[in-house]
Write a protein that binds this ligand. Sequence first.
Ligand SMILES: C[S@@+](CC[C@H](N)C(=O)[O-])C[C@H]1O[C@@H](n2cnc3c(N)ncnc32)[C@H](O)[C@@H]1O
Length: 218
Amino acid sequence: MSTPSLAAGNRGLNSVVTKFFGTVARAYDTRPLQYIVYRPPQDEMVAELRAAGSRRIADIGCGTGILTARIQRELRPEAVYGVDASTGMLAQARARNAQVRWLHSPAEQLPLTDGALDAVVTTSAFHFFDHPVALREFHRVLVPGGLVAIATMLPSSPTAGPIQRITRSPIMPAHAPSQRATRKLLEDAGFEVVAQRKIHRPLPTWLIPDGITIGRRR
Ligand SMILES: C[S@@+](CC[C@H](N)C(=O)[O-])C[C@H]1O[C@@H](n2cnc3c(N)ncnc32)[C@H](O)[C@@H]1O
């Protein structure tokens, strides 16, 4: 297995973000928050994975593992990995499902061998990653033709400005890429982008702006 080492700046950023999530892990699973914010992209991920017939899947930045556990329960793949850099979030994830292999790791340095996976998904977390480094890792751990599906906040709506300002603070240094930027990032990392759209939500999408980008490893 060849894994790149994580630069010191990334380690600092990861630890700030994941410490924050460690402290909010309990509040995270409340029903309204899940229904309004996190569930819609997760529904789209399950549909994409089902359509692709992926058998070895990782959910990166899995948080408390709601999507990861759903993938295991609903799709019954050969192997499911839930990867997160926050011990607090992972503690809740572990309690949720014993069949998922939970991995404490940053997205930028995955403890998986080259070509180990058919699909990598990530919801509501990509804006925290070092994009080129994480995408290089996704590419490395996927088989040729493997699926990458990224659902992430968009910077292009009226609410995105304030959200970005808050999340760019020293506590939450997020940096949501536009759809166009995400496409370019994927292409530069060796993926073909096969679909890109806004996430369908129970609220007007301008309130919680996010999009999904689907790629295939070249
Ligand atoms: C908003 S939560 C989303 C969790 C889950 N994917 C969902 O849809 O509910 C973001 C998660 O990303 C994780 N995270 C942030 N930066 C990360 C990184 N560089 N590597 C791995 N996980 C990271 C945080 O610890 C947190 O659990």
